[in-house]
Design a binder for this molecule. Structure first.
Ligand SMILES: *[C@@H]1O[C@H](CO)[C@@H](O)[C@H](O)[C@H]1NC(C)=O
Ligand SMILES: *[C@@H]1O[C@H](CO)[C@@H](O)[C@H](O)[C@H]1NC(C)=O
Ligand SMILES: *[C@@H]1O[C@H](CO)[C@@H](O)[C@H](O)[C@H]1NC(C)=O
Ligand SMILES: *[C@@H]1O[C@H](CO)[C@@H](O)[C@H](O)[C@H]1NC(C)=O
Length: 760
């Protein structure tokens, strides 16, 4: 405490007093974790210039719900509300409109829809739900058409859309949902559309259907109850012989006191033509099984939200990647998981035992009886195999579950959508990259290296306002991913390697798309792997190894010397604020003062910045040191000097470029403190604390009559609060939501951040 700050008058001990309070309250800096699971290493808020996204929108249009990439990858077709657009995405930058066609629901359907008590403002429109490439010259599209689904072919000319002829619009029941809020899925295979959706106005009759093409139209039989009335389809994935459907429904095979959701995979054979006598125009090869995505010791992630197939080159097996959330909330937040299912596992379960319903006990048990030949539900069942068809009417649920491998489990986040690709790293290894859309409109880029669990390279808030990500479309040729939402379409480049300014940062990021170019000394997008002079370490993320200069094996700490020293001049009566950008959420940051620790009595760390109270011997080197993945490096280095007594620069620092910088100051002077507006947060903390401490002290001191005298003397001695400070304080109290109860010290920091953005 023994400080002799030059130029501080006697009453300025209060500056020091505040300072100690700051120190008490603010250190250690509180970090807001978003719960267990990997943290995104870097987080970008909407509009962050470091992750500039291109945005397409069109006046008068909304709900850009459906995306389709053209075969050549240069056109993005977009299904919006009552319109379909063709966007040119060939050129870098903002997607350009090629042309658009309107496809509104008819006035008659709109008025009928309004009569049925649906909103003519939000629901009675044609929301495009299906958009597939039918052949070289035609797209096929379906929409909700004001709660009366309709479909049509759309001609293409030079990847421009030709207008829709009204007489070419056909009924689309079973292909598009009635209600835009209902889930659906559709995939075109061999000229036939396999769709899973709700088949009625009320949304109580799910259906799996095959239409188009030369084969007969096939449906699930509602009466047989192969699907629970609330079945909700999220994906359809074709394989060689079968088409898989992924959905969620209430499980009837478990005795449970509450409505238990379960995730399913169902499959139908492509060669199914329906039964001859039995099951006419109905699927004869429908089977379903439970999908399990769980982590040991946790409630299962039982609600599937989306699934995609990543085709694999032989010899590895193609895998389906799916995002799940849980029906249950723990601590008010939902958790999500990504699980991988191998197609071999799925096939094996469909070849296994069946479950059957015991009609007397209403319980599902394993079927242990004889199996007929051909095996019921298999693709070799013919239309006249009556025995097999009779059997499969009641034996459509498989006994075994398909168990997935959890690749990523994250609480506090609800993943709604995913896209998957592989990226080849410098080492020639293939790395799995998952783009995960959340319920609040952000995108997580997750990477799997080897067999370890996934890590999150970054989180980008794409949508300006929170809104679930409903679609993601990768465009590999453009190196970008597209996401449509209520207001338009965002184009998100796979990576912006330039944000990693040093080799250390570039390597620590472990982004398979980025590598450090030793020649240009920049972190660059990896376009042509095998570049010897580029550096990357996907396996370990170890910059010590990857960024070492010269021949490998020289144990040289690459970045322990700062690259640049920022020179700062001490200003009397002012608290110096030395900022330190916290780029990585995975790093821990600390400040060092030359070889010693920072002087604790005259400094504090607030929001990552080092606050320094000037005093004798304050000068010297201050470094903000990050430690990540076991590697420490200086993020920023300051040389603090005073005009009166310039300090000789450490000879060890010779040769390092220097730059004179201005840092934020908080003035401490006279009987009052003049805080600059942007330093309200610090200032307010001080004020709140002072009020707290003074009232606390008052209570204690007033308890003893002797102390009361002394207390009065002290409080009067160094003045009361300046009047200007009261307004923001009372405003803060006003703004607090009444329900929230803030008690812990760390909350003050949060409050302050909030208030800081309000005031500044
Ligand atoms: C990439 O990051 C750099 C450095 O932060 C920034 O200047 C640039 O605008 C960014 N580019 C994009 C496309 O986000
Ligand atoms: C919806 O219906 C109401 C009352 O029938 C009408 O006033 C309103 O203009 C309609 N809105 C639209 C967008 O058609
Ligand atoms: C594509 O499909 C449409 C609609 O069935 C048909 O009219 C057209 O002739 C087909 N074009 C080709 C090239 O097969
Ligand atoms: C915390 O520091 C960052 C930069 O380091 C700055 O952008 C932000 O405004 C600071 N927040 C407060 C409340 O001072």
């Amino acid at each position: 405490m023994a400080l002799s700050a030059p130029g501080l008058d006697p009453c300025s001990f209060r500056g020091l007093f505040f300072f100690q309070l700051l120190l008490l309250l603010l250190s250690p800096t509180t970090t807001m974790g978003s719960g267990p699971g990997p943290m995104p290493r870097v987080k970008y808020y909407a509009g962050d210039g470091r992750r500039a996204l291109s945005f397409f929108h069109q006046a008068g249009l909304q709900d850009f719900d459906t995306l389709l990439l053209s075969g050549d990858g240069n056109t993005l077709y977009v299904g919006a509300r009552e319109a379909i657009l063709a966007l040119n995405i060939q050129d870098p930058g903002v997607p350009r409109l090629k042309n658009m066609i309107s496809w509104p629901a008819s006035d008659r359907k709109k008025s009928e829809c309004a009569l049925k008590k649906k909103s003519n403002e939000t629901q009675c429109f044609n929301f495009i739900r299906v958009l597939v490439s039918f052949n070289e010259t035609h797209l096929y599209a379906c929409g909700t058409f004001a709660f009366s689904p309709a479909c049509t072919f759309i001609g293409l000319q030079d990847s421009h859309l030709l207008p829709i002829l009204e007489d070419k619009v056909i009924e689309g029941k079973g292909q598009s949902p009635f209600d835009p809020a209902h889930k659906h899925t559709a995939v075109l295979v061999d000229g036939m559309l396999y769709s899973g959706t709700m088949n009625n106005f009320l949304g109580s009759e799910p259906i799996l259907m095959r239409t188009l093409g030369s084969q007969p139209v096939l449906k699930t039989d509602t009466f047989l109850r192969w699907l629970h009335p609330d079945a909700s389809f999220v994906a359809a994935i074709p394989s060689t012989q079968v088409v898989y459907f992924f959905f969620e429904e209430t499980a009837s095979e478990f005795d449970f006191f509450e409505r238990l959701h379960t995730s399913r995979v169902a499959r139908v054979c492509k060669n199914d033509v329906g039964g001859e006598k039995l099951l006419q125009k109905k699927w004869t090869t429908f089977l379903k099984a439970q999908l399990l995505c769980a982590q040991e010791g946790q409630l299962p992630f039982n609600v599937i939200r989306h699934a995609v197939l990543l085709p694999a080159e032989a010899p590895s097996v193609p895998r389906v990647y799916a995002v799940f959330t849980s029906q249950w909330q723990v601590g008010g937040t939902r958790s999500s998981a990504v699980c991988a299912f191998s197609l071999t596992d799925i096939e094996r379960v469909f070849k296994g035992k069946y479950k059957e319903l015991n009609k007397e006990t209403s319980r599902w048990t394993t079927y242990r009886g004889r199996e007929t030949d051909p095996r019921p539900g298999s693709c070799s069942v013919g239309p006249s195999s009556d025995k097999a068809l009779t059997f499969m009417k009641d034996h459509f649920l498989m006994d075994e579950q398909v168990v997935g491998a959890p690749l990523l489990v994250k609480s506090g986040v609800e993943y709604t959508r995913l896209a998957v690709e592989t990226a080849q790293g410098l080492d020639g290894q293939s790395h799995l990259v998952l783009y995960l859309g959340t319920s609040t409109g952000s995108l997580h880029k997750a990477v799997m290296s080897g067999s370890r669990s996934a890590y999150l390279v970054e989180e980008i808030q794409i949508f300006p306002d929170p809104e679930p990500v409903h679609n993601l479309q990768l465009a590999p040729a453009q190196g970008a991913i597209f996401a449509g939402f209520s207001g338009g379409v965002w184009k998100v480049p796979r990576a912006n390697c330039s944000v990693y300014e040093s080799c250390v940062d570039c390597v620590l990021a472990r982004d398979p798309h980025c590598a450090w170019d030793l020649e240009s000394r920049t972190c660059r997008l990896l376009s042509n792997p095998n570049l010897r002079i580029w550096k990357q370490d996907m396996e370990r993320g170890n910059p010590e190894w990857a960024c070492a200069p010269g021949p490998m094996g020289r144990s040289h700490r690459p970045q322990s010397r700062p690259q640049l020293i920022k020179e700062v001049l001490v200003v009397p009566n002012s608290i110096l604020e030395l900022p330190c950008p916290h780029m990585s959420a995975l790093a821990s940051y600390r400040w060092s003062h030359g070889k010693a620790a920072i002087p604790e009595t005259s400094s504090a760390v607030y929001n990552g910045s080092l606050l320094l109270l000037p005093h004798d011997g304050v000068g010297g080197l201050y470094q903000c040191v990050a430690t990540e993945n076991g590697f420490s490096y200086p993020v920023v280095s300051y040389w603090v000097d005073s005009q009166d007594q310039p300090l000789a620069m450490d000879p060890e620092l010779a040769g390092i470029p220097r730059e004179r910088v201005e840092v934020p100051l908080t003035r401490v002077g006279g009987a009052a403190i003049a805080a600059q507006r942007s330093y309200w947060p610090h200032f307010l903390v001080v004020t709140v604390l002072l009020a707290l401490v003074l009232s606390g002290a008052l209570i204690i001191l007033l308890a003893s009559p002797l102390g009361a005298l002394r207390a009065r003397g002290k409080v009067q001695g160094c003045g009361s609060l300046p009047p200007g400070e009261k307004a923001p304080l009372s405003r803060e109290q006003h703004q607090q939501p009444p329900k929230e109860h803030r008690t812990s010290a760390s909350d003050v920091d949060v409050d302050n951040n909030h208030l800081g953005t309000e005031v500044a």
